[in-house]
Write a protein that binds this ligand. Structure first.
Ligand SMILES: Nc1ncnc2c1ncn2[C@@H]1O[C@H](COP(=O)(O)OP(=O)(O)OP(=O)(O)O)[C@@H](O)[C@H]1O
Ligand SMILES: [Mg+2]
Length: 609
């Protein structure tokens, strides 16, 4: 995938449009300031010529400055211009900084708003992360860079145009020669910055690997294993090698650039000085005035710097193109591959329940179905438990109900209407779920529970009730700031919890909202036996009037469910109550007995000792 110059130009214009939408006033004022700034050096140079000519025209060397009112006027004008240049520069800096203070948050907002609107499946695609990585990693500095560079570029163009007009009046051929000498350098600058663009794009996955190793080395979640398994050397090695690979290629390119551009620059300077010599000669033989000589000398000195400045801007724009194209590429992502939802309201009281009809599901980019031909009816008021080996498809099944994915074949309906047709926000309003890898929010206890019922985030009574149901209240009361305690290890003054305590909080989060659908995926994996029994008891009470689904490897928790389904390799192979499944003497009975025997076996060994 290559980005053409036209596409780059289009994204660049989009960026300018985005900035214009944020604050047209800033841009207009900045535009005026820039044009003035561009013109001032030209008028400065012209004034210097007039002063020199004025002085040269004075009759003898004895006259003082006060004897020449025109020279004084010109001098004052010159000083005025010099001061104006400084004032305008300060105004420009002030404008660009305040403006970027607004643009950067706005672009950040656009990025995260887009990210949360995207279908869940995007978060499993490497290409998505490449894009996000590029757009995100530079969003702090790139916009500011562009905002500073555009005025510089415009200013230089104005000044350059002014100087060229003066030169054109003087000698057309000479002007063309000067322009021509700048062209090869500009061409190659552009060539190399495009090469850098393509290189950086190609290196994005490598940089993401480097970043991943850095995270392993520096984050709290991996800190203990890195030490215990003595991973630090190998991880540092890999991290460093990835970085080195990226840097080496960049250095090679930079070297090529210097090798090509330096001779060109020397050639340009030689031509400049040749022209300059010719001008000195013209002055000596009287074809040009002394003022002309001063004017052209100052123009030559400045034009060289200005062309270098313009080339620098072009380079920065080219380098920014990767960021800009990824930024807009990200904003342009089609949010979902599904047709738009009909956004129907969710029934306030579910009647029939959820029905799976011949549902088969493949994860994106996978050619092995995670679920096959699932037929299932989940009625309100009936507690359902799902059991099965690791990888059998239990979590996948509830992820489909949670609308994180859409069936590849077949349909899932709620009261006869496909889930997809219900308004998603409304659906989630009726929905509580705790996933197997629930989130530990490094925020207050209140937030950790209240997030389950965002409309009542600060309702302390509800929070307490939910904590009571999940058994979290006992340890919360021992915390120094109770429900206000900041949790986790990332921020100052926070308290870390045990995994089981975190799990109790996540359960409270699931219980706090009066939802019609409740899904708990391995909710007791980290709980002690005493608490588990209590939690399951409460779950059965809570679940009595809901669609309630429990996934668990603990048969003590599962056996009281109204109905149990057994998944194997993505298929439902058994379906019934505990007693029915035991009588069937299939996989369920086998697993149940295995767990119970292990338990009694352990008890026997303990008693034997
Ligand atoms: N995001 C994913 N992308 C691709 N394949 C996936 C993804 N998540 C799970 N799978 C695959 O789908 C199958 C079912 O996974 P699932 O998470 O549903 O198992 P599970 O029954 O919940 O297992 P466990 O008891 O370990 O939680 C597995 O073979 C797994 O490799
Ligand atoms: Mg699972």
């Amino acid at each position: 995938m290559t980005t053409t110059n036209k596409e780059k130009a289009v994204s660049f214009l989009r960026l300018l449009k985005l900035m214009w939408d944020i604050s047209p006033r800033h841009i207009i004022v900045l535009g005026i300031v820039v044009v003035l700034q561009g013109l001032l050096p030209v008028s400065g140079a012209l004034i210097v010529r007039e002063i020199v000519n004025e002085v040269a025209a004075l009759p003898d060397a004895q006259t003082s400055l006060t004897d020449s009112p025109p020279a004084v006027r010109l001098l004052v004008l010159g000083i005025g211009i010099a001061v104006a240049i400084i004032v305008l520069r300060s105004v420009e800096q002030l404008l660009t900084t305040t403006f970027s203070e607004r643009v950067v948050p706005d672009m950040n907002m656009k990025l995260v708003k887009k990210a949360v609107r995207l279908d869940h499946s995007f978060f499993e695609q490497p290409r998505f992360y490449d894009m996000l990585f590029q757009a995100q990693s530079e969003i702090g500095r790139r916009p500011l860079m562009i905002i500073q560079e555009v005025p510089k570029f415009a200013k230089n163009l104005v000044t350059l145009a002014g100087f060229l007009i003066i030169l054109l009046n003087f000698n057309v051929l000479l002007t063309l020669l000067l322009i021509a000498t700048g062209l090869p350098t500009t061409y190659f600058e552009n060539y190399f910055s495009r090469a850098l663009f393509n290189l950086t794009r190609k290196q994005t996955p490598i940089m993401r690997w480097a970043n991943y190793y850095r995270t392993l080395l520096t984050s709290v979640t991996s800190a203990a294993e890195v030490r215990i398994f003595r991973l630090k050397d190998i991880l540092i090695d890999r991290f460093y090698n990835h970085l080195l690979g990226v840097q080496n290629a960049k250095v090679r390119l930079a070297r090529q650039r210097i090798l090509v551009l330096s001779p060109l620059e020397i050639l340009t300077v030689l031509i400049y000085w040749g022209v300059f010599a010719w001008i000195i000669n013209s002055t000596m033989i009287g074809r040009l005035t002394l003022g002309d000589l001063v004017l052209f000398s100052s123009i030559f000195l400045q034009v060289n710097a200005i062309i270098a400045g313009v080339q620098m801007s072009i380079r920065i724009f080219n380098e920014s193109a990767l960021f800009i194209s990824h930024f807009f590429g990200f904003l342009d992502l089609q949010e979902s591959e599904l047709p738009p939802s009909k956004n129907l309201p969710v029934p306030s009281e579910i009647q029939e329940g959820i029905v799976f009809k011949d549902v088969t599901f493949y994860y994106p980019e996978s050619n092995r179905p995670a679920l096959r031909d699932i037929n299932l009816h989940i009625r309100p008021g009936e507690t359902l438990a799902i059991v099965g080996d690791n990888g059998a498809g239990k979590s996948t099944l509830v992820k489909l109900i949670a609308r994180l994915y859409h069936p590849s074949k077949g349909s899932i309906t709620l009261d006869g209407i496909p889930l997809h047709d219900y308004d998603l926000e409304e659906y989630y309003r009726q929905f509580s779920a705790i996933s197997q890898d629930f989130v530990q929010y490094s925020l207050s206890v209140q937030d950790n529970i209240g997030f389950g019922y965002i409309e009542e985030l600060d309702n302390h009574d509800l929070t307490r009730q939910a904590a009571n149901i999940s058994g979290a209240d006992e340890f919360i009361e021992t915390l120094e700031d109770g429900y206000g305690t900041l949790l986790g290890r990332i921020f100052d003054d926070s308290t870390q919890l045990s995994r089981g305590q975190w799990q109790k909080l996540s359960l409270a989060r699931a219980y706090i909202k009066p939802s019609q659908i409740l899904i708990l995926d391995e909710p007791t994996a980290a709980l002690d036996v005493k608490t588990e029994a209590k939690v399951i008891e409460r779950y059965n009470e809570e679940a009595s009037n809901k669609i309630a689904i429990l996934i668990s490897h603990r048969f003590g928790a599962v056996r009281h469910a109204d109905r149990i389904i057994v998944l194997e390799n993505g298929r439902i192979i058994e379906n019934g109550t505990h007693d029915e499944l035991m009588a069937l003497d299939g996989l369920y009975a086998m697993m149940f007995n295995l767990q119970m025997n292990r338990f009694t076996g352990t008890m026997e060994t303990l008693l034997d000792e």
